[in-house]
Design a protein around this ligand. Structure first.
Ligand code: NDP
Ligand code: BG6
Length: 483
């Protein structure tokens, strides 16, 4: 397969809001885990490609000098970027400053204003890589010194803890920022493979005729991680798998798989279709929900020994739409599982089998379309072909494309989203009605979570997950092995 220059192109000029490009990036939480693992490496790549042209001002409580802050950023890049170029790191370091102080302290805000004034900034991106409990306070403090008039705000996930708090948070943000100045991050929307779902579905005539209840038997979406909670017990105890990834990353993927084609390339049309399909989704029925916890979770630091917080959740979703009524959508997420993968498996209905019956051959297995959305992104069509020999037997053959091999390496999600925030493009951010809709879907699972089942690490989760499958011969398909 070749990488063609006339590949489908989405014109980004149409999706940039009328906001001016940013002239500064302010990173709240610059000393935190997200900044270290994702944001500094992404800034390196933006520096490398020449996209980053503005000062980057960290704001955090740690009592660090500018030099200590730069050393921390340098170390993070060296750890997370393969073969990072020293000259690129040096020019990025030249952009970094730290405003040190507590967000509860007025002096921190005055110093931030002075620093931005010093750079002549009028339009900053304020990126909140901070504990979610601090989002309202930081937004209001920005307004208290007039900075809400001088930029846009990027809000990390989770956006609220449930439907009510998401509505409340939105009200607070709207009291200080206009809607088109609020960028709600879901980094899955920045992943090339997730965005490719739009191209895959709507740029290929092959798929649309079968992409519905007449041909699809079930859809399974798995987001599995082999890692555990990685020492973040305090954080994870307040969240659990449903709030951490199911409500956001996973339901965004489901929306992209299930929605109707947008009316045009304006990003509002895409959001409209996502909102429609999310509205058509029934809230989770707790009898179709299985929660699990990996054995050993309760021994992690910051986790009480009687914790009932789930590290795994599987649910059956129903979408009451013309396209999907009656098709079960199985979703599962979890940590400490056998493989790290994000994969959607579209299981097609069995073909009529008279031909094979008459020949006394076994029924062919069902066709699967496997969409890999994680590190090994790509697509596999599991088709049937005749087994060599005298009989009319068939066996599965895979028609497989690996996107990295076919299309080349792609940018990391955070790099793309930071770049979008700098130019003021909302296309890859979440809209509030979609966020609220996803909370509405998971709300019953938060209100009445039900029992929790143990599972061993490196397994595929608790065996009870099979109880939510509709038919006796339904199975959870393990995602494709990573390569
Ligand atoms: P951390 O706890 O690692 O970092 C929090 C940051 O906030 C630190 O820089 C801390 O500064 C700063 N901070 C906290 N309280 C104050 C305060 N009162 N005044 C000034 N600074 C303060 O969090 P993460 O980086 O893990 O997460 C940040 C956000 O990103 C969260 O919303 C999280 O949900 C989201 N996220 C995180 C991911 C991850 O992998 N870590 C993945 C996806 C989203 P200091 O340390 O100097 O006190
Ligand atoms: C984050 C969750 O949003 O997504 C983490 O808070 C999870 O718990 C991470 O590990 C997974 O992201 P990715 O891009 O590695 O699949």
């Amino acid at each position: 397969m070749t990488n063609t220059s006339d590949s489908t192109h989405i014109d980004t000029s149409q999706i940039v809001t009328n906001q001016p490009e940013a002239d500064a990036l302010v990173l709240f939480g610059a000393t935190g885990d997200l900044a270290k693992r994702k944001l500094f490496p992404s800034l390196y790549h933006l520096e490398h490609s020449g996209v980053l042209q503005v000062p980057v001002i960290g704001v955090a409580r740690s009592d660090w000098s500018d030099d200590e802050f730069r050393a921390h950023a340098r170390e993070s890049i060296e750890q997370h970027v393969d073969e990072a170029e020293a000259s690129v790191i040096d020019s990025l370091m030249g952009r970094l400053d730290l405003v040190q102080g507590d967000y509860a302290d007025e002096a921190t805000w005055n110093e931030l204003v002075e620093t931005l004034d010093g750079h002549g900034s009028q339009t900053a991106v304020f990126y909140m890589a901070i504990p979610p409990s601090m989002f309202p306070m930081v937004a209001e403090s920005l307004a208290s010194v007039g900075l809400n008039q001088r930029g846009r705000i990027v809000v990390e996930k989770p956006f609220g803890r449930d439907l009510e708090s998401a509505v409340e948070l939105n009200k607070t943000l709207h009291s200080v920022f206009a809607e088109d100045h609020i960028f709600r991050i879901d980094h899955y929307l920045g992943k090339e493979a997730v965005e490719d779902l739009l191209v895959f579905r709507f740029a290929n005539t092959l798929l649309e005729p079968v992409w519905n209840r007449h041909y699809v038997r079930s859809v399974q979406v798995t987001m599995s991680e082999s890692i555990g909670i990685e020492g973040r017990g305090n954080f994870y105890e307040g969240v659990g798998a449903i709030r951490d990834v199911l409500q956001n990353h996973l339901l965004q993927v489901v929306a992209l798989l299930a929605m109707e084609p947008p009316a045009g390339s304006d990003p509002g049309f895409l959001q409209d279709e996502k909102a429609k399909v999310i509205n058509a989704m029934r809230p989770i029925d707790c009898s179709s929900l299985v929660r699990g916890q990996y054995v050993g979770y309760r021994d992690e630091e910051g986790v009480p020994e009687d914790s009932e917080v789930e590290t795994y959740a599987a649910a059956r979703l129903e979408i009451d739409s013309w396209r999907w009524a009656g098709v079960p959508w199985y979703v599962r997420v979890g940590k400490g599982l056998a493989e790290s993968a994000t994969e959607a498996v579209i299981e097609l209905k069995s073909p009529p089998r008279m031909l094979f019956d008459e020949a006394g051959s076994p029924a062919p297995e069902r066709n699967l379309i496997r969409l890999r959305l994680g590190k090994n992104d790509g697509v596999t069509f599991a088709l049937q072909a005749k087994t060599p020999g005298p009989d009319m037997d068939s066996e599965e053959i895979d028609v497989d494309v690996d996107f990295a091999a076919a299309l080349g390496e792609r940018q990391d999600a955070y790099e793309r989203l930071l770049g979008d925030a700098l130019i003021g493009s909302l296309r890859r951010f979440a809209r509030q009605d979609v966020v609220e809709g996803t909370w509405r879907i998971v709300q019953p699972a938060l209100d009445e979570p039900g029992p929790i089942y143990p599972y061993f690490r490196t397994s595929w989760g608790p065996s009870e997950a099979s109880t939510i499958l509709v038919n006796d011969d339904d199975v959870w398909y393990p995602p494709s092995p990573s390569r």
